[in-house]
Design a binder for this molecule. Sequence first.
Ligand code: C5P
Length: 212
Amino acid sequence: MNILITAGPTREFIDPVRFISNPATGRLGYLIARKAKKKGHNVFFVVGPCHLPPLKGVKTIEVVSAVEMKREVEKLFPSMDVLVMTAAVSDWRPAKKSSKKIKIKKRWTLKLVPNPDILKFVSGKKRKNQLVIGFALESTSILKNAREKLRKKKLDIIIANTVKNFGTSQNTGKIFMLYSDGKMINLSGYSKEKISTLLIKEIEKWKEKVMC
Ligand code: C5P
């Protein structure tokens, strides 16, 4: 299968030396990409700025901002069987990036504009037999909010996570895998390693089903 995986944070620059970002490590996406490659799939990895060792045999495209990530995902998506969007895309970017370093001032207001929702955009163009998997990071009402995102973003699967698991190597909070047909798997307590193995298995099961 052709599998596209995104990972890491995005950086939205305010001026040449300052940006808005988040502490995503990119590790889960990295593990999924590594596992998929080991299973013999053709893997494409679009990754925001993070400190991950190179993945042998995986076509890796490094990006910085959400707009750049969208451009790369949009280009690759039509020829993919599967998209796994683990990236922690910044929801906003500065309305204007200053070309010069902004001088220190006492108090000022930074105007933000929303970034494009990459997942929503590409899943709107989804062909039959393409599988789209997203993630949801929630502070409260994890299941309710994740179900809503699954529906709104027209996903096949969503992995619902608590903020407790964000930016760490340990998963101590709740995690659920929700399917568009209503099926749900509780992954709470699973390591990122175990989640990546399970996800690849589920992707392969899905492929077998659509081939029949
Ligand atoms: O709406 P929320 O940001 O919680 O959605 C999370 C999911 O949507 C993740 O899979 C993330 O990669 C994706 N996303 C996106 N583009 C954005 C924001 C999030 O593709 N601008």
